[in-house]
Design a protein around this ligand. Sequence first.
Ligand code: NAI
Ligand code: MG
Length: 366
Amino acid sequence: NMIKVAVVGGEGIGPEVTDQSHRILKWFSARRGIPVALREAQYGLIPYLATGKVLPDDTAEAMEEADAILWGATGGPETKEVPPAARKVGSLLSLRSKYDLYANLRPIVANPALADSASLKASVLKDVDFIIIRELTSGIYFGEPRGIETLPDGQRRGFNTQQYTTSQIRRVARTAFELARTRKGRVCSVDKANVLETSVLWREEVTALHQAEFSDIELTHLYVDNAAMQIVRAPSQFDVMVTCNIFGDILSDCAAMASGSLGMLPSVSLGPPDRLGRRKALYEPVHGSAPDIAGKGIANPLGSILSVAMMLRLTLNRPDDATLLEKAVDTALAGGARTADIAEPGAKRLSTQEMGDAVLNALDKV
Ligand code: NAI
Ligand code: MG
């Protein structure tokens, strides 16, 4: 009963950070007896040059059969070397829709070792530990009609359509309520119901599902403008926040700064549960391919490593091991381990590989 994990580093710093999280997964497999079958596969320019496909058949098969995918990143200058048509087939966006990965979870945890740094306000960051769930496959990013048209008077008009169906709202709200049951039992739903019809429906459906099945959970609602302010003012008040695609995109980047660096942030995108409740899951750091630092071996691998902690908790069903890994990251940071993006001026800067070593050392000691 091996759980299948496809490991796909991709492009830019993707392979560099994924090498480190891959080592961590191997550690848990060997030392904690977690039954994972790891299958490494290539994505992007390199396989394109060899096979004519950014997503070669072997990688497509590995991802198809996988329970979980550990993804690195795609994009950057490599993109220009592949014709747009070839890029589109097997793009990350197409994979997200293929597997219907509608619930994007981004935990926001302020690490105490970093909260003391001059750029972050320690009092605001105390006890920050929440998770933003962003609806990922609908909303204004996908709604039709959309376009840019020329009006009779010669002006141009751009337009998009914000849209949600009841089932699209309910399934992502369900993910939020179920997750809250494993955490502090609070859900904050974010919308703009004072202005938008989609948000009126959103609020009605979230409320109805709450009353029908999740009345043990504390549900609150915030307008998105207020939510943005509250995330900056007092982020420790939140447990699980659920919102539509565009609001989640913006709020999660805003909340990201509580952790100190984009390089620290993990995420997962979950598909619909099957009959046994298992969900296809794509785990990836929040950051992209970081072309400005790619190839230098200096990227922060903690976003990718903490994505493995999410995998331990959500796909591998090993919450204790997830906590163990998060503690090891804390220990490494408390011991002064810093990649360039989180180092104070003048402090020693570890390479990507050395940060991986620091986490593995901390794991070996517990
Ligand atoms: P980015 O996240 O790649 O980089 C933004 C900034 O953060 C850069 O200065 C970068 O050096 C820094 N940074 C990012 N990750 C870091 C890490 N682990 N350690 C240290 N510093 C780090 O975002 P950007 O520049 O907007 O996009 C670059 C490319 O990545 C684009 O082609 C974009 O489409 C793609 N991208 C891919 C994603 C994915 O595969 N899921 C997600 C986001 C962007
Ligand atoms: Mg974004």
